[in-house]
Design a protein around this ligand. Structure first.
Ligand SMILES: [Zn+2]
Length: 97
């Protein structure tokens, strides 16, 4: 499906700050990694990923890396699952256990 963040344009405009100050910059879209498309299951994954994040943060906040280490995921994979960029089903199962 067409990426809902960039609407298939593959880029997003972000406010970025560096040694030369702050300004708007065109960056590859972070949702679709600059491809303009996401998996058709993205809306479902995003909803499930949000639930995973809620379970990690409520009622007691757990750091993403700390929880990833505990559950045996690498932090990048777990972050992608929480954002709906990859299937969070296995994470959700562990968090609901
Ligand atoms: Zn995109």
């Amino acid at each position: 499906m067409i990426c809902p963040t960039c609407n298939g344009r593959e880029e997003t405009i972000v406010l970025a700050c560096g040694p030369d100050g702050c300004g708007f910059r065109v960056m590859p879209c972070g949702t679709c990694d600059g491809t303009g498309a996401v998996d058709d299951r993205y809306p479902t994954w995003k909803q499930q990923g949000r639930l995973c994040k809620e379970k990690r943060c409520m009622p007691i906040y757990h750091d993403l890396k700390e929880m990833a280490d505990l559950l045996g995921f690498d932090v990048v994979t777990m972050s992608r699952m929480e954002r709906g960029l990859s299937d969070p089903a296995s994470l959700l199962l562990l968090l609901e256990a």
